[in-house]
Design a protein around this ligand. Sequence first.
Ligand code: 5GP
Length: 292
Amino acid sequence: MNTKTPPRLSAEEQGRARTAASAARRARAELKSELAQGKVSFFTALWDPRPAIQRMKVTELLKGVPGVGQVRAAAIMERAGISDSRRIGGLGKHQLAALRKELSLSKIDSPKGALIVMSGPGGVGKSTITAALRHDPRFWVSISATTRAPRHNEKDGVDYFFLTEENFDRMVAAGEFLEWATFAGARYGTPKAPIDTWRDLGKHVLLEIEIEGARQVRQADPSALMVFISPPSWEELAARLQLRGTDTLERQAARLALAEAELAAASEFEHNLVNHQVEQVLEQLVSLATAR
Ligand code: 5GP
């Protein structure tokens, strides 16, 4: 049994402790009010380095998230496997991940994500951009359906859903595509269903599609962010297309002609990003999506 009595504080020490405690209460109250007004998100608040915040109980902050409250906070903490007495500074990596999952699954704390349509000529670097965004938790990259054959490094369900002509027809007939178009002899389409789900969960959804499809999306959803990726110069694009793969001269000429036609559509897009550097384009895409 602990028989120790707490040390007696001098009047001066008591005064200092009282001041510190009221400063901490003020900091917490301010943060909770910013959270309630949607000025900061729950996850930003968790990274607030002030000791007063780091010592705050997770539940106390959580129940201040708009739409949560005491009962839901307790349920979320239980599902995430975090004890009620856990303080913000003591949250582990897995607990943070569990909270993130809980909050986005319950559609709280995340405004609806943007719909971004990205087009541009072949060889401009769209697939590098897409590959980077696939690893960015703020984005979800749509997986298209196509009737073309898989390339050697492509996986069904990852790069595309590779469909037979009959299955593609069935999806068209059932109205399951947001858009679809024919490109270089094959059909390509964007499955509609996952888009709303991911946007509701707060993810920015990216479609990397050709121009005809982009026009259809703009018609269907005028709030879509229309982004065209341009090369730094025509010469550079031509050089990249000629370097690509083992195309015959005839096929190279066809691809150059196609790229020229695609470039001509750039002015139809409200945002034109020049791909000098992929990192720069990625930053621009992120700020377009968040500023929306
Ligand atoms: P690839 O066969 O080289 O992967 O793609 C050829 C073209 O099809 C690219 O311009 C690409 O942006 C476009 N594309 C890929 N998926 C879709 C889609 O779902 N819809 C439309 N309209 N175009 C797509």
